[in-house]
Design a protein around this ligand. Sequence first.
Ligand SMILES: Cc1cc2nc3c(=O)[nH]c(=O)nc-3n(C[C@H](O)[C@H](O)[C@H](O)COP(=O)(O)OP(=O)(O)OC[C@H]3O[C@@H](n4cnc5c(N)ncnc54)[C@H](O)[C@@H]3O)c2cc1C
Length: 383
Amino acid sequence: MLGTDRSRPAWDDDPVVAEWPGLPQLDTDVSTDVCVVGLGGSGLAAISELVDRGHDVVGIDAGRIAAGAAGRNGGFLLGGPATFLHDALAAWGQCAVDLYRATLDEIDSLHLVLGSDVIRRTGSIRLAGLPGAPPDVADAQDCAALAQCLRENGIAVEEYSGELGHGIFLPDDAVMNPARRALGLASTLQGRAALYEHTPVSTIGSRSVTTPSGTIRCDLVLVAIDGRLERVLPQLDGRVRTARLQMLATAPIAAQRLPCPVYGRWGYDYAQQDAAGRLFVGGGRDRFAEEEWTFSSDPTAPVQDYITEVAESMAGEPVSVNARWAASVGFTGDGKPLCTEVDDGVIAFGGYNGTGNLVGPVTARAAVALGLDGTPIPEYLTG
Ligand SMILES: Cc1cc2nc3c(=O)[nH]c(=O)nc-3n(C[C@H](O)[C@H](O)[C@H](O)COP(=O)(O)OP(=O)(O)OC[C@H]3O[C@@H](n4cnc5c(N)ncnc54)[C@H](O)[C@@H]3O)c2cc1C
């Protein structure tokens, strides 16, 4: 069943990603204002903010840009935190709405920087249940509760009823190829920041970051790693916990079936269809919760069998799977993203609970404000 390439996400088929020339490895000691560790969507957002403010920045990644979840995810750009807004509002108060608005602003700024080819403003559909499955009354009631909460807070939402089933349509949401987004952002930063690939961190200390091939001396270190953060900074063990999420991509299906990103069954299962007709599908986090608390990022047969079923439900026809992959993400106890100073001049952020494409950059901006200005983190983050 796992005969396909075990590690290569189908996003890398995009010519811009496939032909990425790569960046050098750090090979000497350097001094800079700020060192950013981790070049996913969050680290790149932090670098962008820092260079806009006139700072010298060195950014390093253990692998290629977006070697982690940032280049291997579902590509959904959904407003709000991982917890649906009505639940987040009940648990955290009004700051949940502030986070929702900040993520919508982040879509605007990504769209401005990368354009409509990369950031497609399609909206998204949250389904009650999955296509072709019997109606799920509790899920439908939750969709209605979410819609009411969005309306009460002035956020656009419509009823959805169509070929895929019933649910709600969120017109402000968007979709992308996540690897293309990250490499696009990195391209805009070349010449403005010193970026290095294949440069893993050995130790992170106050005002210095060591790698096997050089030491970076700096005034501020920002550690922008979502999954496996507690491996790099063991003092965060217990505050963030790493889980694996898995995906697959199909061969093109017959129909242009998904008009926008679609997520169903309480948002646990999700799919988007690209211009070539391929489905990119993930899910099952709730069904395999215990097994997926792992640092491994290899896909497994039970989860892949399950998401193949999800793919067939989303497609409305049998599918042929061309690629299967997985990556690590971080979870926090209270569902709020983590942004915390772990040492003098060392700020770590991550733990986006499976939804970091927008929340990650929002958190990165808060980390920059904390590190440069001492601005307290917003209430929607956990410190
Ligand atoms: C299968 C899957 C589907 C998902 N779907 C969605 C979705 O549709 N929408 C959404 O919003 N979120 C989604 N997510 C979550 C989202 O991908 C992540 O929250 C987000 O990409 C995190 O980005 P980041 O830049 O914070 O961290 P990461 O992507 O974790 O980037 C951290 C970087 O740090 C580097 N690094 C790690 N250790 C070291 C080290 N020791 N030295 C140097 N560099 C190091 C890694 O190589 C990596 O490039 C999904 C995640 C997965 C796995």
